[in-house]
Design a protein around this ligand. Structure first.
Ligand code: GL4
Length: 818
């Protein structure tokens, strides 16, 4: 008997059908006969919201009236993916929806596909935020996600005829968007610019120059089987002045709408940077905009109708998690609110503030830790600059009581000295919060021992680790229904969806050949599905009887897509030169997915190279279909959900010490892919858990990388030493992938041979050597699948429910609503 613990549907199919009809009639204004899948999508979404409404109210009431501290997850990005199917799953209405929609003459898949994916994030950091709010709700912990409702999400990626990336605006709000509820009556004023004056009593008054209206758009975040519905509150910027009538009357129409345009620019577009900095005034405006609105909102929510609330209790009401440095301006903002708006003295305000905030660091790349020119902050937020300077002064004084090491104190300045002082947001976050955490064990160690070494020396107790995780609801149950059914069959229960460590129960089944074969059949069917999907969406012809080898993530030098493409070119060169017999080559389909930041020259050139390698290799008869390269454009959550379950081999090949954690690596392991990877980020923990014998490890360690940097790294040496590497790079230079033009990739080749900051060349030989182990194993399907199954069985730790539980015990000190 299989135990089913999935949430019970609050509706019957008949009720669901009636509600859809009602919505179609009164909201969409169409008959079921006139309706399109898009109409049915909107109607069904409204029906789902309808059934979640009471649980949403109740969760909010219990949060405000009870004693359970809430979590406010402050994040500039929430990469949510499509909502409808996830909400149906979490609320237990999938079957009723499917039946109702079919009854009305539609295919459920068409209705699901009509949803336009909100792409309000760049990559792992934004998707992590989305997994975390799913887990918070599923665990019944009261929480707000606070962020920005960008009108344009991450750009839509296309490729031109030369294989170059083209960026198109992603206007995801072009059609009716049924999930967000705009609440004009809960808006907040956010001020900018102006000056600070000192009143007669010595207190300060900020006299801002301009303001915008922050209007919340609320999204329900239904927990899986928890009966709880939390809130994702994304702010959108509106102008207070629609236009200036005086200017308009002078017939200067464009200038008349300027204030509106300027104000609304704030939430217009998501910056497409990931692990690279973007020090623009507009970005600081965005950060302050959403953080200021969120802080005021939390005070409104937790002290309803109170003019003089006792904000010394604020840290007992809500704890704010700073998702990277993007929301760190919240620290001086809360100080300002407490001192200037509510009249608290500095020390009380500082005590409240430091107890309210915690900071998660998501990267070690020094260039990605945000630093703002003090001048810019001063122009935009003059009062905040004063407060930051005072925090800095107090902090330096406190340090002086803790250490005599003057050089160290100097290194720890929040505001640097000199002509153009800078504000280091990571330092401000560390000084102004209770805890600092990294996102995987290795990353947290490096954060403590290298990046924030001085801070961890003096405040060792602030530092902790919370290894990332992913939600099994979206990334196993929704993405991979076949595997989900097999897991439930194997375990005899579906309880694993709320307790992923139960996957461990599959371990003994890895010895059962029949079960392993079922597991292999699931993978094969997923590959066939993906081939059909890729044909439909991209016009690709994938052969599901080849190994599906995937590398999907942002395009960045440290992630080393170059290593993958160079190894592939080396294989191609082997075939062309006759060094290997093409008939002996294991058939592989290599699938890339990656967006490059629009200003990131080498990253964009790498995309162009991959596309042209694909063009050449896929069309070369000498290859006999053994090597196939595909680059589906515009990688997003939807594509991830299709591709991950169909992957045999996943690439996690960043230079050791550079990938803070990775979360794709977890999704692949949980979906039964094998990983080839370096000892980096969460790979280390994945390998520990799934077993070294079930993970393809290669490459330098962090220590070896450091040593090589110290000795002086010379990539040309590696080029000379490995003839296959040389052949591959020469093939890029000689025009094979640029219609004979030798200049096309010259900057990329020059970088490889003279700089190669992330040591792609140094790891090349090891990377190509491990390929023979990979291929030998793949030629034994039963053994491959046994190991892949062991990856699934031992990856339960990487549920975001476990991450959230760690945050609750190590950092937030709160829990589920009673
Ligand atoms: C990132 C890291 O690069 C990535 O390793 C990590 O998994 C993710 C979530 O913690 O955060 N940092 C930045 S910046 N973008 C990311 O995806």
């Amino acid at each position: 008997m299989t135990e089913i613990t999935a949430p019970k549907s609050p509706v019957t199919t008949e009720e669901f059908t009636d509600r859809i009809r009602e919505q179609l009639k009164y909201a969409q204004g169409v008959t079921p006969e006139q309706a399109t899948p898009a109409d049915v999508y909107v109607a069904s979404s409204l029906v789902v919201r309808h059934y979640l409404q009471d649980a949403w109210f109740k969760t909010q009431q219990d949060m405000v009236n009870g004693n359970t501290k809430a979590v406010g997850y402050l994040s500039a990005e929430f990469l949510m993916g499509k909502q409808l199917r996830n909400a149906l799953l979490n609320a237990g209405m999938i079957d009723q929806f499917d039946a109702a929609v079919e009854g009305l003459g539609f295919k459920p898949q068409d209705v699901i596909d009509a949803e336009y994916e909100p792409a309000l994030g760049n990559g792992g950091l934004g998707r992590l935020a989305a997994c975390f709010i799913d887990s918070l709700a599923s665990l019944g912990v009261p929480a707000f996600g606070y962020g920005i409702q960008y009108r344009y999400g991450i750009f839509k990626q296309e490729f031109d005829k030369d294989g170059k990336q083209i960026e198109k605006p992603e206007y995801w709000l072009a059609n009716e968007e049924p999930w967000g509820h705009t609440d004009y009556n809960r808006s907040q004023r956010v001020n900018f610019g102006g000056k600070v004056v000192t009143r007669a009593d010595g207190s300060k008054e900020w006299q801002p120059e301009w303001s915008v209206r922050a209007v919340p758009v609320d999204y329900m975040v239904p927990g899986y089987a928890s009966g709880r519905v939390n809130t994702l509150r994304l702010w959108t910027a509106k102008s207070y002045d629609e236009f200036d009538l005086a200017t308009f009357n002078k017939s200067d129409y464009l200038n008349a709408v300027k204030p509106k345009v300027k104000a609304e620019d704030i939430s217009k577009i998501l910056y497409p940077e990931d692990s690279t900095p973007q020090g623009k005034a507009l970005r600081l405006e965005q950060q302050y905009f959403f953080v200021s609105a969120s802080i005021h909102d939390a005070i409104r929510v937790f002290y309803p109708g109170q003019d003089k609330p006792d904000l010394t209790t604020f840290p007992d009401k809500i704890t704010f998690q700073l998702n990277d440095t993007h929301p760190v301006i919240g620290i001086p903002e809360l100080m300002r609110v407490l001192i200037d708006e509510y009249g608290y003295d500095w020390n009380t305000a500082w005590d409240i503030t430091t107890r309210t905030f915690n900071y998660t660091c998501h990267t070690l790349l020094p260039e990605a830790l945000e630093v703002w020119p003090a001048k810019l902050i001063g122009e935009l937020l003059p009062r905040h600059l004063e407060i930051i300077k005072a925090i800095n002064t107090n902090f330096l004084a406190e340090l002086a009581t803790k250490t005599r090491d003057k050089a160290k104190i100097d290194r720890m300045r929040i505001v640097t000295e000199g002509e153009n002082p800078q504000v280091r947001m990571a330092y401000l976050a560390t000084a102004g919060g209770s805890h600092v955490n990294g996102v995987a064990e290795l990353h947290s160690e490096l954060l403590k021992d290298v990046t924030l070494r001085d801070f961890s020396d003096i405040y060792p107790d602030k530092f902790t680790n919370v290894t990332n995780g992913v939600t099994p609801r979206r990334f196993i149950r929704l993405a991979n229904p076949r595997l989900s059914a097999l897991i439930t069959e194997g375990l005899g229960t579906d309880r694993w969806l709320s307790d992923l460590e139960l996957l461990k129960g599959l371990e003994p089944l890895a010895k059962d050949d029949e079960f392993v074969k079922k597991f292999a059949a699931v993978k094969q069917a997923n590959k066939e599905d993906f081939a059909a999907y890729a044909k439909r969406e991209y016009g690709f012809e994938l052969d599901p009887n080849t190994m599906f080898n995937t590398m999907v993530k942002r395009l960045h030098e440290y992630k080393r897509q170059s290593l993958k493409i160079l190894a592939l070119i080396a294989k191609y060169a082997d075939i062309k030169s006759g060094k290997v017999n093409v008939d002996d080559v294991l058939p592989r389909t290599v699938i890339f997915g990656a967006k490059a930041a629009p200003g990131y020259y080498l990253a964009k050139m790498t995309i162009q190279l991959i596309n042209n390698v694909a063009r050449v290799v896929n069309n070369d008869p000498d290859v006999k279909g053994k090597l196939n390269v595909y680059f589906p454009w515009n990688y997003n959550v939807r594509l991830a959900q299709h591709l991950i379950p169909a992957t045999d081999l996943d690439e996690q090949i960043s230079q050791a010490g550079k990938e803070a954690s990775g979360t794709g690596n977890m999704k692949f392991a949980l979906n039964g892919a094998m990983t080839v990877g370096t000892l980096d980020g969460a790979n280390v923990e994945i390998r520990e858990r799934v077993g070294a014998e079930n993970f393809f490890l290669f490459g330098m360690t962090v220590d070896e990388v450091d040593k090589l940097y110290e000795e002086g790294y010379s990539p040309a040496k590696y080029y000379e030493a490995d003839p296959r590497l040389k052949a591959a790079i020469d093939m890029v230079s000689d025009g094979t992938f640029s219609n004979g033009d030798r200049n096309t990739y010259a900057p990329l080749v020059a970088d490889w041979l003279t700089k190669d900051w992330f040591m792609t060349l140094a790891d090349f030989t090891a990377y190509t050597e491990i390929q023979s182990d990979i291929e030998a194993l793949y030629r034994q399907p039963l053994e491959w699948n046994r190991k892949a199954l062991l990856n699934v069985a031992n990856s339960g730790y990487f549920s975001s429910d476990r991450s959230i539980t760690d945050y609750l015990t190590r950092i937030w000190h709160t829990g589920p609503l009673a």
